[in-house]
Design a protein around this ligand. Sequence first.
Ligand SMILES: [Zn+2]
Length: 308
Amino acid sequence: MEKISEKEKKRDLKEEDKKEEVSKQEEVRTKRRRSKSKKRREKKHVRTEKCTIPPTLEEIDERIKGSYLETMNFASFKPLTEIEGRIQCPKCKSNRKFYCYACYVPLARDVPQLKLPVNFTVLKHPGEKMGKSSIIASKIIAPDNVTIHNSLEISEFDYDSTILLFPKEDSVPITSMPKETLESVKNVVLIDSTWLQVNKFLQNENVSKLKTVVINTEKTIFWRYQRGVTDKNLSTIEAMYFFMRDYDKVMSEKDYDGKYDNLLYFYAYTYALIQNEYKKGLKKDKEFKTIKGYVKEKSEEDNKEGSG
Ligand SMILES: [Zn+2]
């Protein structure tokens, strides 16, 4: 009996040792995992902080000089320049910058609001991230007139009152459309997708039946430049803005007075922020690889500042 119990004891002890060993290993692994993810979090944190040094109001004015934004009438950027870090969305509790791109809620104060004479349906590729899409800002600024359709399944349109804004070969420039024709337009479809995936939408039978119009006089200032695309290919929010500008010219038969400029409110701010960071050398080690000559050359004054 004694012998057996001793054996049992030994076995028990061994098993306990094993268990202890396993739990120790587990602990070490958990600690490693935790410290790794902590490091990752810290890295991420540093990266976002670096990217969001807000430009001053003077810097914004300076950076948009030379682009078509320069002469536009924007609401004050002051509320945006005052925000440090992120704000919690009251709906989904996520921390966001100026608005929640998932709930379409403005988070900055005094975000300009617009009522548009036509509605926009934005066909968004579900595979592309909401946070990266510049068009979401239009839903924040003109919430009653913009619908974001985040799917490849598209139902029929009212083809008498709906047009597609897209540069196809047979697209008609808006400014060459008679006022009576443009008057019948109540809904404008836009495709928000990479140029590679755009065909998925164009080949959709309900989309392909739409009449297409185009704006072909503007150059994009978009920072997410896509390979193989000319600078005439506007970003989606630029296309929306220029449509409204040209629509207004035709409909009012007067010079455009800037009433829709705030559609590009966030766009202009981000443009200035990016120009600012590269110009001030905050991203010294990284060339702006996407578009050659995108970031305007440093002025002599800037160079003096830099050396001093
Ligand atoms: Zn939210």
